[in-house]
Design a protein. Sequence first.
Length: 221
Amino acid sequence: MHKILIVDDEEKIRTLISKYAVFEGYEVCCAEDGMTATELLRSRDFDIVILDIMLPDVDGFTVCRELRKTKKTPVIMLSARGEEYDRLHGFEVGVDDYVVKPFSPKELMMRVAAILKRTSNVSGDAFEYEGLKVDFAGRIVYVDGKKADLTPKEYDLLFYLIKNKGIALTREKLISNVWGYDFFGDDRTLDTHIKLLRKNLGSYSGLIVTLRGVGYRFEAE
């Protein structure tokens, strides 16, 4: 049974998400503030975290940064605001998905299921191109011998690009397969992740080729 940690200072939100999560067969644990959530994440293992940004003590960004120091547990961020800054900052600190309140509990559960399915089915092989090495089983990327600090979403995107190397991938196909649900935002989310991923790949950033008007392709002989 997958374990979910729900972090939100609003009891109604925690109760609503918990109701749907339990119905879907998940084991649920809740926290009403960032400090409690951080302690739970240090002492226990969860399969996914649903995390509100605005918390009464430390915010969700801080909780996520602390989590990323030791674990790669997937995180879905909740926010009452839809500003681009919040989304981009969330992705930079390692958030896997971003949901703006008010939201559909059913859609949230679909996103949870998609992320869990993707992270639970990782191939055990590896990829190597000159100084770029990707350990799919360990979800570790090395660039010229140095471990790259990729967020979970950046890794998922790289994983999919490599698995489909040499193939022209449309924006729609990338979003559908990497995010795992019907995406209602704009292309900037994908473009931002590509930009961050290229930055982390350093001298190998050119392996991700932009196909103007189409999408992207990973090229490595």
